[in-house]
Design a protein around this ligand. Structure first.
Ligand code: ADP
Length: 519
């Protein structure tokens, strides 16, 4: 039964969850595509950063060479040296005449005697062909190409940085080698550039390739893997770049995890939602079923007394009953059936009032014992008539509770009614009262059919009737206990049921004691 009921739920779950899974896979795929796209963008960013840095170096070096080219032979050597030395990274300039091979070294006094000339000679001799090519460029298009070299030259333990070029042209053409301190140049011209580019988006570093010496970094601690490339005109130095917020892969991975969590949560919410909707549909269906049962039960319950009343009334009307005794018996039956009908209608009215929240209670302080006695006395004739042994066992003292008298009678009658209805073989009812945990209680105990444990919490649902075998032989509306529960709630009371199948049940109603009682 349960298995079948779950099938539609599983189907609904599948119908709704498959699109979510498909969407999830699609989303993850698109993330991978995004990742590729981001990598590309990142690569482009890296290129443009490197381009911009290279451009800065290029501009600076061109400034210097243009100045040298412009002033060569125009100003005095001293003025020329002054112009060259305005840059703090300048070490020296070696010039070799292209025509007569005479050479000259311009250098600041502190670098004199450093042997720059020997280094220049060796650079020149290793790059003669390069110089010839530079001269051709210069003469053909007045294009001053600057040549770099990643060859290492050490001078007094310090690595020398240099680039070479051709100044002037024709007769006055000179090969030039410019010695400088690349670290100082980077510090002076690239560091501001770095700071401007990096902002909060990038981590930029500049490192000497040969020994890993960090010339500059926008952050103090460098870790992780960096994309790096040598600077064009300073090939012995490289620029490292990274995104400040971690690598693209990390960002994409983060987003992937977030998306997965969001999707997971969405699925959970959907599953819960579906289950809730399904349950409420199931409950609605059950309620509809119960209502239908109710209508058929009630119709049956009304039809039986009506038929009986009709039959006996007709017999009486036709004067077919001879003896007074028989007449009395028939009147008795008619009265009994009318009261059954009245009870039935009252119960339905009581329930519909409760449903419409229109039921009001006129609460007064009453002695529970007295009300029990009252009901017991009224009922005992009925009980005897139906072959019930019955006993009353009241608490020795008055039990004052604040309650609506009519409602109290209604709950007790309901319990007694049930006790009678559901006791077929052993007809024995005990009504008792007592005190427990500062609450007054009244209990109705029968030795009837009992109620299975798993049904106990459902008894009070509206229209609910225990769906086991013979119970359907006993007519009822499934409203009695609903009314009991409602009345008890309205009295801040509670109901306790203990029952053993085949042995009987006890329904215990607890009421708060009236306050003055304790005082
Ligand atoms: P009904 O009109 O069916 O009696 P109730 O709301 O009074 O409606 O009771 C709900 C169901 O609880 C009954 O249909 C019956 O199965 C079960 N029940 C109530 N009281 C007893 C009892 N004393 N012994 C056994 N079953 C009971």
């Amino acid at each position: 039964m349960k298995k079948r009921a779950n099938k539609p739920l599983i189907a609904i779950l599948f119908i709704l969850i498959i699109p979510v899974i498909v969407y999830g896979v699609f989303e993850l795929n698109s993330l991978t595509a995004d990742e590729r796209e981001l990598e590309k963008i990142y690569q482009r960013q890296l290129e443009s950063v490197l381009f911009s840095i290279n451009q800065s170096v290029q501009d600076k070096v061109s400034d210097i060479t243009t100045m040298m080219d412009r002033d060569l032979g125009v100003v005095t050597d001293e003025e020329w040296l002054n112009e060259l030395s305005i840059y703090n990274f300048f070490w020296g300039l070696y010039l070799k005449d292209a025509t007569d091979a005479s050479d000259q070294l311009y250098t600041l006094s502190q670098y004199e005697g450093r042997g720059l000339k020997q280094v220049a000679d060796s650079i020149y001799s290793q790059n003669e062909s390069v110089f010839d090519r530079l001269l051709q460029y210069k003469e053909a298009g007045d294009f001053m190409k600057i040549e770099k070299s990643d060859k290492q030259f050490f001078n007094k333990g310090k690595e020398l940085d240099f680039f070479f070029f051709v100044l002037g042209s024709g007769e006055s053409a000179k090969f030039g080698i410019y010695f400088f301190d690349a670290v100082l140049m980077i510090e002076q011209y690239l560091v501001p550039k770095f700071q401007e580019i990096a902002r909060d988006d990038f981590i930029l570093t500049c490192r000497r390739i040969s020994d890993g010496y960090i010339v500059y970094s926008t952050v103090e601690n460098i870790f992780g893997s960096y994309e790096s490339e040598p600077i064009d005109l300073l090939p012995k130095y490289e620029i490292g770049i990274d995104r400040a917020g971690g690598t693209v892969r990390e960002a994409v991975d983060r987003r992937k995890t977030q998306s997965m969590i969001a999707l997971g949560l969405l699925m959970v919410v959907m599953i819960i939602g579906i289950i809730l909707v399904f349950r409420s549909i199931q409950q609605e269906m059950k309620l509809a079923q119960k209502k239908a049962d109710f209508v058929s039960n009630v119709s049956h319950e009304i039809r039986t007394p009506l038929a009986l009343i009709n039959m006996f009334a007709e017999t009486l009307l036709m004067d077919r009953v001879r003896t007074e005794e028989k007449k009395k018996e028939y009147y008795g039956i008619i009265t009994k059936e009318v009261s059954r009908l009245t009870n039935m209608v009252n119960r339905i009215l009581s329930f519909s009032k409760i449903e419409a929240s229109k039921r009001t209670y006129d609460k007064r302080v009453v002695d529970l014992n007295k009300v029990i006695e009252e009901v017991f006395n009224t009922y005992s004739y009925h009980l005897e008539n139906n072959g019930f042994k019955h006993a009353i066992n009241l608490h020795s003292e008055s039990l004052h509770v604040e309650a609506d008298h009519e409602a109290l009678i209604e709950v007790l009658v309901n319990l007694l009614d049930n006790g009678m209805k559901y006791s077929q073989d052993e007809k024995d009812l005990v009504i008792a009262s007592g005190l427990k945990n500062d609450m007054a209680f009244v209990s109705v105990t029968d030795h009837g059919m009992g109620i299975p444990k798993n049904q106990l919490d459902k008894l009070f649902e509206k229209f609910y009737r225990v769906p086991t075998g013979d119970v359907h032989d006993t007519k009822g509306s499934g409203l009695g206990l609903t009314i009991v529960q409602h009345i008890m709630d309205a009295h801040q009371g509670k109901v306790e049921v203990t029952s053993t199948v085949g042995k009987g049940s006890t329904f215990k109603l607890f009421f708060p004691l009236h306050k003055n009682e304790n005082a």
